[in-house]
Design a protein around this ligand. Sequence first.
Ligand SMILES: CC(C)(COP(=O)(O)OP(=O)(O)OC[C@H]1O[C@@H](n2cnc3c(N)ncnc32)[C@H](O)[C@@H]1OP(=O)(O)O)[C@@H](O)C(=O)NCCC(=O)NCCS
Length: 159
Amino acid sequence: MDTDPPWIDIRRLVDVPQVAPFLRAWLLDEWESWYGPDGPGDIDAAYPSHMSGNTFPTALVAVDETGAVVGTICLREQSSSHLEFNPWVGGLLVARDRRRQGIGSALVKAAEDEARRLGVRKLYLETHAAASVVVRRGWIAVAPGEPADGPAMVYALDL
Ligand SMILES: CC(C)(COP(=O)(O)OP(=O)(O)OC[C@H]1O[C@@H](n2cnc3c(N)ncnc32)[C@H](O)[C@@H]1OP(=O)(O)O)[C@@H](O)C(=O)NCCC(=O)NCCS
């Protein structure tokens, strides 16, 4: 799927800073085991308030016609788990009631475009849930994921 659904707009988080508090709460709620108080993730380090949009980390958000955030994805200098594979795409999340409408694919495409704009030649990510989405876009499996992540694989894309 190469075109964005007509009813969403994909924006850089830096250009819509008003959605940052919502995004932070959503990510904390959705990935509590990672970003919650007992998890290894640090949401303030992953999504720092001083993001410039012209370097890593940077995040994109999909906004619907009402202005609601319905998806997100981010680009990081490296993964916290696969230090040899960088830069890294993470934080791909689509609102439960908006899944299977092409928003995830549109976000992956937008992350690829943003990485190209930032001068990146090769990108990596790890996924199981979005495997079909990224494989359809030409990403190639290059390594097994973390054992804790079950059947996830690391994928790479030459830009
Ligand atoms: C994984 C995730 C990001 C996918 O987002 P999404 O918006 O549903 O992705 P898409 O709609 O682009 O594609 C998903 C499926 O819907 C299908 N689809 C897309 N548009 C469609 C449409 N209009 N009608 C029917 N199906 C459609 C795609 O072909 C794809 O099918 P497949 O996976 O069976 O091959 C989403 O399920 C999610 O947020 N999951 C929880 C968080 C997570 O696991 N993130 C991934 C971590 S890397």
